[in-house]
Unconditional design. Structure first.
Ligand code: GSH
Length: 208
């Protein structure tokens, strides 16, 4: 049994969705990521970066980094429709965008969500928030103009679409995507409609 440690509405939803589609047995443990206390202390013991998702593997070992988890799930459930098979024409694009999402988009939140962790003066904090927000929008537009839809990889749904699905709920949020990245907004809507993800959606975005 896998144990996914997460926080509702965060990137743990991506891995939870991948697990749900994989058919692998898993359970979730939701904690309050931002609230100092025993749960957060435990998170830092598991992941010194203090980030979710954290995945406890059936043998008890600890995995961090969503892309690593997604690739591991794909290794274990290669027929779950989460990625093109190695050697297929779309596999390089899958790998490219997976790394792009976690290396170019995810860190804009790491540095922009709470700039006070990195910058002392309020003016600098505001600037760090603004530049990371702008950089993220630039990166999303790059994806938008690179894809044809209806999924990130064209006709083939993959775990990339799960990242889009979760991340359109974060800054600059869904209405911005509808205006400036309509293909990405459509991907999020299409994943939303996947019945096998209804429970994951309810756990992560109960009001949606
Ligand atoms: N590279 C990591 C990023 C994980 C990450 O930044 N998670 C956010 C939640 S969406 C988090 O835990 N933020 C808390 C923090 O950075 O202090 C991954 O892909 O798993």
């Amino acid at each position: 049994m896998f144990r996914l440690i997460g926080n509702p509405g965060t990137g743990s939803a991506i891995v939870e969705a991948a697990l749900a589609l994989s058919g692998l047995p898993y359970e979730t443990e939701m904690l309050d990521l931002w609230q100092p206390g025993p749960e957060r202390d435990r998170l830092f013991q598991l992941n010194p970066l203090g980030q979710v998702p954290v995945l406890i593997l059936p043998d008890g070992s600890v995995m961090t980094e969503s892309a690593a988890m997604v690739l591991h799930i794909i290794d274990l459930a290669p027929d779950a429709g989460l990625a093109p098979k190695p050697g297929s024409a779309t596999r390089p694009a899958f790998l490219r965008w997976l790394i792009f999402l976690v290396a170019s988009i995810y860190p804009t939140f790491t540095y922009g969500d709470d700039p006070s962790r990195y910058v002392n003066e309020q003016e600098g904090r505001d600037e760090l928030r603004a530049v990371t927000d702008a950089e993220r929008q630039r990166a999303w537009r790059q994806i938008e103009t690179s894809i044809a839809g209806p999924w990130m990889l064209g006709s083939e749904r993959s775990a990339l679409d799960l990242y889009v699905w979760a991340m359109v709920n974060w800054r600059p949020r869904r209405d911005w995507f509808r205006s400036y990245c309509p293909r990405l907004a459509q991907i999020a809507d299409a994943v939303d409609a996947e019945p096998r993800l209804a429970a994951v959606k309810a756990e992560n975005w109960p009001a949606a």
